[in-house]
Design a protein around this ligand. Structure first.
Ligand code: SAM
Length: 259
């Protein structure tokens, strides 16, 4: 009997119906180069291998690696015994599809890392805590709209596919989960000038959610500059759209106010 390790966020999928639904959503094709993050006992991995000849996986837990090696023929699986956060961005960028029932303790960090890897990927499918899934797909005026929403929506079209109940896992997590699809945007309607300054701007804008944008951005912009950018200084950050933030970033980058 395998004991799930809390420190690695291990909740194994056991519901065959749910597993099939996830595989259907991922829609693996034989020539796809697929990377799975956190294969665990291989619930998704072995089903994907019914559709493709080979899969690459990255798994941190040596016990899981041993089980995968016993369960699946080495010709079909390449295992990187690594922390996903330490895998090189270039290496991740070569895959067509990235998938995973993510370890929830680092799901936001993994999502933010994915931004830096965008290259060949056609799509990414991740299982997340429902709360995080809602946060990254939410739009302005919603309670969950924040820094992570704007940052990820700049890079990806995000689709919330369906929810998965705790009972579909062993052990059951404390929260409901959701499957999301991320498709890298090829053409950005409006382009940021520098991604680091965009990141800093979002951090500052959402630093105190109850404060107005005027107050949060006081160190870098005054009222008349906000008005000139068609931003109401009395609005809160959650009322500003992605294109509002891109417009502000373009302006401040030109002023080279953010270092
Ligand atoms: N894919 C399996 C499933 O659906 O049943 C397991 C999913 S479980 C929620 C998360 C998996 O990620 C575990 O196998 C865990 O050991 C692995 N993991 C945790 N932290 C990791 C990290 N930093 N890098 C790579 N894998 C990690």
């Amino acid at each position: 009997m395998i004991k799930a390790k809390k420190k690695y966020g291990q909740n194994f999928l056991i519901d065959k119906g749910v597993i099939n639904k996830i595989i259907e959503a991922i829609n693996p094709k034989n020539l796809d180069q697929i990377l799975e993050i956190g294969p665990g006992l291989g619930a998704l991995t072995s089903q994907i291998l019914n559709k493709v000849d080979h899969i690459d996986v990255v798994e941190i837990d040596p016990d899981m690696i041993k089980i995968l090696q016993e369960k699946l023929p080495p010709s079909k699986i390449t295992i990187f015994p690594l922390n996903i956060l330490e895998m090189s961005n270039d290496a991740i960028g070569k895959y067509d599809k990235v998938i995973g029932n993510l370890p929830y303790y680092i799901s936001s960090e993994i999502l933010l890392k994915m931004i830096k890897t965008i290259n060949n990927q056609k799509d990414l499918h991740f299982m997340l805590q429902k709360e995080v899934a809602e946060r990254i797909s939410s739009s302005t005026h919603s309670k969950s709209y924040g820094r992570l929403s704007v940052m990820l929506q700049y890079f990806f079209d995000i689709e919330l596919l369906f929810d998965i109940k705790p009972e579909s896992f062993s052990p059951p997590p404390k929260v409901t989960s959701s499957l999301v699809r991320l498709i890298p945007k090829i053409n950005h309607e409006n382009t940021v000038k520098n991604i680091d300054s965009f990141e800093k701007l979002l951090k500052l804008s959402f630093s105190q959610k109850r404060k107005t944008i005027k107050n949060n951005l006081k160190p870098i912009l005054n009222d008349s500059e906000l008005n000139m950018l068609a931003i109401n200084p009395q609005d809160r950050a959650e009322m500003l759209s992605l294109s509002d933030f891109v417009r502000i970033e373009n302006y401040i980058f030109d002023k080279i106010i953010l270092d």
